[in-house]
Design a protein around this ligand. Sequence first.
Ligand code: DC
Length: 218
Amino acid sequence: MNKVIIAIDGQASTGKSTQAKKIAVNLDFDYRDSGAYYRAITYYLLNNNINYDLIVSQEIFDQINIEQTYNEGFFRIYLNDIDITDRIRGHRVSLNVSNYAKKPEIRKFVYDQLRKSAELNSLVVDGRDIGTVVFPNANFKFFLIAEPRIRAERRHKQINDKSVNVDVIEKEIKLRDKIDSTREIAPLRKADDAYKIDVSNLTIEEVYKKMLKKVKSD
Ligand code: DC
């Protein structure tokens, strides 16, 4: 049977990974978090003092083995068999990942990983350039957007530290939108054939039903 690819791209904090996981469970597909690959590579390179302004050689990539799993509601990512799931969300990686994610050789490495996964199983993949660059022939493409203020309020609710102001989060989100959509390599852009959903006034469940309906009706 042919493998099916569902690409979920969109702005930061629009619930892409939440939706991707729910859909993967419903359809019994594998799930891949493309951002987590960029984070894992960033973690490795930072730990090995390889600055983002250096070219990453094939010899270095040969030392990096990344595995992702999603089982019973738990996503895990392993770097050379070590579970680094929590470490890739830390401040140091978050601060540096966009610089490493710009590098063509790192993007190629991630694309190869994702495409190899797609040879084995049907996949739901979330990211920024999945429907435009990584899988332009994906069977289904979604593009999620939402008002910056609403995304900031949702993120504020998730953060434990309530001293962080919603206005500050909103500013950061706007800046990230700008960086993601104006960067030269693989910018955030809706694929012409992607189904756009503005999730501003929709619950997680409402977005999920819309997406599933689209997948099941085609
Ligand atoms: O989605 P995230 O915050 O975990 O993504 C981490 C970084 O990787 C972020 O700087 C955007 C970048 N990224 C990318 O360039 N392309 C993707 N397909 C996914 C993430």
